[in-house]
Ligand binder design. Structure first.
Ligand code: ADP
Ligand code: ADP
Length: 230
């Protein structure tokens, strides 16, 4: 669980104002859906939260500590899941422990017993325990995305970010994957921010909604107040 504080955050790329004076606070354990059309600034915001992109102005703090770069307690799930197709679901999940082990040890496959247990637990959370030894490349798109979720969980984050995690899936798989993300977050008390552009999926899974347009926040509210289509 993490409390997130974003204060007067701006990011420009040349003339493009990708984020324009964005501020919000997210209390511990909340499940936030970030909504907005393509180009609204969702990815830029998530990348700033993840410490991969430096804001032009403003600040982000997680549990009171300013984000100055990538942190091991923040995990990100991407639309493109970047899992390794040649290796098993289990081996992919294990790579989430990379931040806790040396690169050499990981090359030799010498993860700790705790990491191995976490990998199995994470695969169980996403309903893939029986498929642990399957080659990831042989799995469906939805299953591969669930492997990506497992890998993020093995990182043992306190903040889970998901950038359009279901954008490339068919509606049924999209719903399944969102359900696993929500249940994993609930089970592990993770503060979660997921960007989506499908309003119907957002409505089903969101607890709080932050709507963005042209780099600005145009809506911020809870389920019962969520009536606008952004
Ligand atoms: P979204 O995730 O909502 O689609 P993005 O954060 O990807 O929005 O993009 C917001 C705006 O910033 C867009 O106009 C996009 O083209 C621009 N942008 C994003 N990343 C870069 C970049 N690395 N270089 C230049 N412009 C960028
Ligand atoms: P999304 O809309 O899903 O966020 P984009 O297509 O906007 O994805 O961006 C994909 C990648 O391209 C990102 O890494 C982003 O930083 C980069 N990017 C986006 N817009 C621009 C741009 N105008 N110039 C350079 N890079 C960009």
């Amino acid at each position: 669980m993490s409390t997130i504080e974003v204060t007067d955050l701006s990011k420009s790329y040349g003339d493009v104002q990708a984020l324009d004076d964005v501020s919000f606070t997210i209390p511990d354990g909340e499940f936030v859906v970030l909504l907005g059309q393509s180009g609204a600034g969702k990815s830029t915001l998530l990348r700033c939260l993840n410490g991969i992109t430096r804001p032009t102005e403003g600040s982000i703090s997680i549990d009171g500590a300013e984000v100055l770069g990538p942190r091991n307690d923040v995990a990100m799930i991407f639309q493109q899941h970047y899992i390794l197709e040649q290796i098993s679901a289990y081996s992919n999940a294990l790579t989430g422990a990379l931040g806790r082990t040396s690169f050499l040890r990981s090359l030799l496959g010498r993860y700790g017993d705790g990491d191995k247990r976490e990998a199995l637990r994470a695969l169980d959370t996403v309903g893939l325990l029986d498929e642990a030894n399957q080659r990831a490349g042989n799995m469906s798109g939805g299953q591969q995305q669930r492997v990506g979720i497992a890998r993020a969980l093995v990182q043992e984050p306190s903040l889970l970010l998901a950038d359009e995690p279901v954008a490339s899936l068919d509606p049924a798989s999209a719903e399944t994957v969102m359900r696993y993300i929500r249940d994993a977050a609930a089970e592990r008390d993770l503060t979660t921010i997921a960007s989506l552009h499908q309003v119907n999926i957002a409505r089903e899974f969101g607890e709080r909604f932050i709507g963005m347009k042209d780099g600005e926040i145009v809506f911020d509210g809870y389920r019962e107040e969520f009536t606008v289509d952004v």
